[in-house]
Design a protein around this ligand. Structure first.
Ligand code: SIN
Length: 529
């Protein structure tokens, strides 16, 4: 088991992690720990784009108002203000680092998505995340101060004091234990500053737009370290993922509805007019619930997104990735309505962090989807997440460079010990529990919730979690086991948060309390103790 010492450790290699690594590399040596090959990230799959005020006729106040309205009373106006006013600077920076956004007549071609009152979504056709990831990855790979550790899974934070005894504020984060997949060994990575940029937890749910790596590892590690997870009940379900047996996790971007796509249910009838005056461009929670309700009412497996009234040449140019993917599966989007269903997409909650990405644990920063900054509140405005990732990568990198310049990693270097653990002999426990958690979360803690469903989910999760904890300590860690432990931990946290919010607000909808209540106009916070 090796000990690696760096100035900064970044966990995760999406937009937040890579931009932070690039900036931190200006002041010290950076390790980027990532579970698979670095480009495998939620960022890489993001289609729609990044929201920013860049056009005449738009202004910060409008973008702020759209964000606050979508956040349903729980966004922090101060944070909304700072993110939106810093957006243009972060866009210029992405462009300087090589990102090529789509242009029309020399200006940015701007998309429209649900909840936005203006066209303000910068995009690279329909593969915006991939383009940002490409540019940042090329930048970071060329930097000699950055070392990538691909196929390393973060296991837990290394702390100075035991979290059961020392409150986070009095504790110190010394680094991260990480499992090297090739050898099965757990190494210690030590640094004065650790930046969690490990993304969300879509894999807690059976159906998700996220890649396989999104098992909420950073959120679960922070929780085990005694930190609070905030607003975890607010899970955003993207209304339109491709419904096809061979199309795992493929998103049909909201931008298609922005360009005039129509959702059709039974008998080809457009149904969104029955749910919102904004129809297809209502915020995502409303569109996802409308589809869910249509599916339950009619018993159908999917609804359809109809793009056929738009010009074929426009669709092929504006949505080349979606067009090509659907065509490979026998769906010509210029002629055929696209079968779609909702799927878990984004966590509005996460590790509480301040306006510089600092958490309550000295030495630990959280940025991107893993963090709860206060921007999204009870519901995220489309295309505000890549923006949040970039703004907080910048702010956290500045703070981490400032907070502990040149300090060596504090404390005794902690080594991982395996105790009496042995190689696993019953992997079926893992596959069984993995499937059960994801199915119960989908059925009982999904788009529409109820007290009864949440109680059932809670009782089941108690049994499953006990089994997993026992299994975890008896056997040597593998990536599958670490991921299972993390999704089980977060499923429990989501259920606890959802049970404590006895109202419906934003993404949290329960049939037992269908209206918002002033009593719950505050974030939910859950910790381990
Ligand atoms: C999409 O393209 O619909 C996803 C954009 C987002 O999640 O903000």
């Amino acid at each position: 088991m090796a000990i690696f010492k760096f100035d900064f450790i970044v966990v995760g290699s999406g937009a937040a992690g890579l931009l932070a690594a690039h900036k931190l590399a200006g002041t010290g040596r950076v390790a980027v720990i990532t579970k698979r090959s670095p480009e495998i990230s939620n960022t890489d799959l993001a289609q729609g784009g990044i929201a920013a005020v860049t056009a005449p006729g738009d202004n910060f106040d409008l973008h702020i108002a759209d964000t606050l309205r979508t956040g349903a009373g729980l966004s922090d106006p101060r944070v909304v203000n700072l993110v939106i006013s810093e957006a243009p600077a972060r866009i210029r920076e992405l462009v300087a680092l090589g990102t090529r956004f789509s242009l029309r007549q020399g200006a940015y071609e701007l998309g429209l998505e649900g909840g936005h009152s203006r066209r303000r979504i910068l995009h690279a056709a329909d593969a915006t995340g991939h383009e940002i990831e490409r540019a940042l990855l090329e930048t970071c790979k060329a930097d000699r101060n950055i070392t990538f550790f691909p196929f390393y899974s973060a296991v837990d934070l290394i702390l100075k004091g035991r979290p059961a005894r020392v409150r986070p504020k009095k504790n110190v984060c010394l680094g991260v234990y990480a499992l090297e997949e090739a050898t099965g060994r757990v190494h210690s990575f030590l640094a004065p500053a650790v930046v969690l940029a490990s993304g969300g937890a879509g894999k807690v749910y059976r159906y998700t737009s996220n890649p396989d790596v999104t098992t909420g590892d950073g959120m679960a590690m922070a929780y085990r370290a005694g930190l609070r997870l905030v607003n975890m009940e607010f899970v955003q379900f993207h209304p339109t993922c491709l419904y096809h047996p061979q199309a795992k996790s493929f998103l049909i971007s909201e931008a298609l509805r922005g360009e005039g796509g129509i959702l059709r249910g039974e008998g080809g009838k457009a149904f969104m007019k029955n749910y919102s005056r904004y129809r297809e461009l209502a915020p995502r929670d409303i569109v996802a619930r409308a589809i869910d309700s249509e599916l339950k009412r009619t018993g159908a497996d999917c609804v359809h997104l109809d793009m056929t009234r738009l010009k074929a040449a426009f669709l092929r140019k504006r949505f080349p990735t979606i067009y090509a993917k659907c065509l490979r599966l026998g769906i010509d989007i210029t002629r055929d309505p696209i079968p779609v269903v909702p799927a878990a997409h984004f966590f509005c909650g996460g590790v509480r962090s301040d306006e510089h990405g600092r958490t309550a644990l000295p030495g630990l920063y959280a940025i991107g989807e893993v963090a709860h900054t206060g921007l999204h509140g009870a519901n995220r405005l489309a295309s505000n997440s890549l923006l949040e990732a970039c703004v907080f990568a910048h702010r956290a990198a500045e703070a981490a460079g400032r907070d502990r310049p040149g300090l060596p990693a504090a404390g005794k270097p902690a080594r991982w010990t395996t105790g009496n653990a042995r190689p696993s002999d019953e992997a079926v426990i893992m596959t069984h529990n993995w499937d059960e958690i994801r199915t119960l979360m989908w059925n009982y803690v999904g788009i529409v919730r109820s007290d009864k469903r949440l109680a059932r989910a809670s009782a089941r999760m108690k049994v499953i979690s006990e089994e997993i904890v026992k299994y975890y300590w008896d056997f040597l860690p593998t990536r599958d086991l670490l991921e299972l432990r993390n999704i089980a931990c977060l499923a429990g946290v989501i259920i606890r948060s959802a049970r404590s919010r006895k109202e419906s607000r934003g993404l949290h909808y329960t049939v037992d309390y269908p209206k918002p209540s002033a009593k719950f106009l505050r974030p939910t916070a859950v910790d381990r103790y």
